[in-house]
Design a binder for this molecule. Structure first.
Ligand SMILES: [Zn+2]
Length: 315
């Protein structure tokens, strides 16, 4: 096959309950580069058919504008079946998503191989390949938002587990009798560190306001961040003890608090990690911001398509 003069191009779509974001990335064999990003409204209230149709039409518009795209990856906010490319359960996107094909209809509409990935794993993959985790051998990532997304990379690859659900750092139990979590368990990291709980701990209407007030020196907001940082630190300490990552990447709006949140996390790690040295563990804020999910979905599609080509299985 004739190689195009530019690197190979790959489309990523990041399905969210409000907006769907897209990114086109280019890969020249070693180096990844983001060429373009954008977003449009998700027709969530019109149901899954409309949402999948919009993914396909948005993808078609982007592919027409950026010729040479060879794969598409789709980040979904929830659980999916990697073998069939169907969703199992989505957070914040209403409708019957169990068993709903997504990869195939979008891939068919674009004439491209298409693959699903969980949105937090997409965030992690983007940060690992071209963001704050670049060069990491093993990495743990968290995205702090409405929930607490998580991702684990081992030996330079995102660990997906047998069903794509591996890496749910936010749903590990840190208190057996703690508050109920949205997942149905109690005492998860997320039950203490999701945005509404962080706002509550800081005495502010929103998590963003909590960060603003903490930066201005507000004692209550600083205490709230320290409390949430402690819970996050317990969860991250568990991850460090089990996996011994060299890099921890923390993303989502609250990561803007920087050391106001990272210092209490570091203090908790110092208290709890006993089996490995923390000297070689770097804690960094995510670098790719709001586009990480779409960029990571594009990278995932590219890497899965390349693996299929090697395997010789049909795309
Ligand atoms: Zn949970």
């Amino acid at each position: 096959m004739k190689q195009p003069q530019h690197g190979r191009r790959h489309l990523g779509l990041d399905l969210g309950g409000t907006n769907t974001k897209w990114a086109v990335v280019e890969h020249d064999g070693g180096h990844w580069r983001t060429l373009a990003t954008g977003q449009g409204v998700t027709p969530a209230k019109d149901g899954p058919d409309a949402v999948v149709g919009r993914l396909a039409s948005m993808g078609a518009e982007v592919v027409a504008a950026w010729p040479g795209v060879t794969s598409v990856g789709i980040g979904v906010p929830g659980l999916y079946d990697p073998a069939t490319g169907s969703t199992r359960f989505l957070v914040n996107v209403p409708g019957a998503w169990a068993g709903r094909p997504v990869a195939r209809p979008v891939g068919d509409a674009l004439g491209l191989p298409a693959f699903l990935i969980n949105d937090a794993r997409a965030f992690g993959l983007a940060e690992l390949r071209l963001g704050a985790g670049r060069g990491a051998r093993s990495m743990v990532g968290l995205t702090l938002g409405t929930g607490v997304g998580g991702v684990i990379a081992v030996d330079g690859r995102i660990h997906q587990g047998h069903d794509g659900t591996a890496g749910e750092v936010g749903h590990q139990t840190i208190d057996p009798d703690g508050p109920w979590c949205g997942c149905g368990n109690r005492g998860c990291v997320e039950a203490y560190a999701r945005a509404d709980q962080l706002a509550l701990a800081c005495g502010t209407p929103t998590a963003e306001e909590a960060v603003t007030r903490a930066r201005a020196g507000d004692e209550r907001a600083l205490d709230g961040l320290a409390q949430v940082g402690r819970y996050l630190g317990i969860g991250i300490a568990n991850m460090i003890t089990v996996i011994s990552p060299d890099t921890i990447v923390i993303g989502g709006g609250v990561a803007a608090a920087g050391d106001l949140l990272f210092d209490p996390i570091r203090a908790e790690l110092a208290r709890r990690v006993r089996t490995t040295s923390l000297d070689d563990v770097t804690i960094v804020a995510a670098a790719l911001g709001t586009w990480a999910g779409a960029i990571g979905a594009a990278v995932h599609g590219a890497e899965r398509a390349a693996e299929q080509a090697v395997d010789g299985s049909p795309a």
